[in-house]
Design a protein. Structure first.
Length: 197
């Protein structure tokens, strides 16, 4: 029997460094293609903010993955943030499926190496975590995050995607959830057009 080993995501919890996080749905299924799931995801991000775990600078909820650009608060580890954000969505989704679409649960069945079976909303592992060490890195990831739906051909403009912080950045309105503009470092005038979200 050939065992497959997943490469572990290394995390560098360095005080004052922002992060770009990416995590995917189980087996890359488009589990976030329903409005209810996107709303659960927004609720979970808000929960992390309300608990004082991070400042949120950008996000996008794609049908099968999520990107977050954030600044962890001092003493908060990325693993704590991911647990807060992912766990509540997973619990709500599994409960909803048990009550409303039990036949779909088999698509989320995951048999672990020890033989135990569970249902997974999220892909195993921590996803992708990149430390952002410069202001340019931060703004590049904010722009990348907002343009994800455009690159995928889901919308013509980033502002048109309802499940992202792009509209909030463009209008100054904190909808559908607040973002933390005040803590975002400022660019030099020459950089504004290059990295504008």
């Amino acid at each position: 029997m050939v065992q497959k080993y997943r490469k572990r995501c290394r995390r560098y919890d360095i005080v004052g460094e922002a992060h770009c996080l990416t995590f995917s749905c189980f087996n890359r299924l488009p589990l976030l293609s329903r409005e209810r799931c996107c709303r659960w995801m927004l609720d979970a991000i808000q929960l992390g903010r309300r608990q004082g775990k991070f400042d949120l600078w950008a996000y996008v909820i794609m049908p099968e993955h999520v990107h977050l650009v954030l600044l962890p608060h001092q003493g908060v580890k990325i693993s704590e943030i991911l647990t807060t954000v992912k766990q509540s969505v997973s619990k709500r989704a599994i409960l909803w499926l048990r009550e409303n679409a039990p036949g779909f649960l088999s698509r989320l069945a995951d048999v672990q190496p020890n033989g135990k079976q569970s249902y997974r909303f999220w892909q195993r592992g921590g996803g992708y975590d990149r430390n952002l060490r410069s202001i340019g890195d931060i703004f590049e990831k904010v722009a990348y995050t907002h343009n994800n739906p455009v690159r995928r051909g889901l919308v013509a403009t980033a502002e048109a995607w309802p499940w992202s912080s792009c509209h909030a950045w463009e209008t100054g309105e904190d909808t559908p959830i607040p973002i933390d503009r005040k803590s975002l470092p400022t660019l030099m005038p020459d950089d504004v057009t290059r990295y504008a979200p």
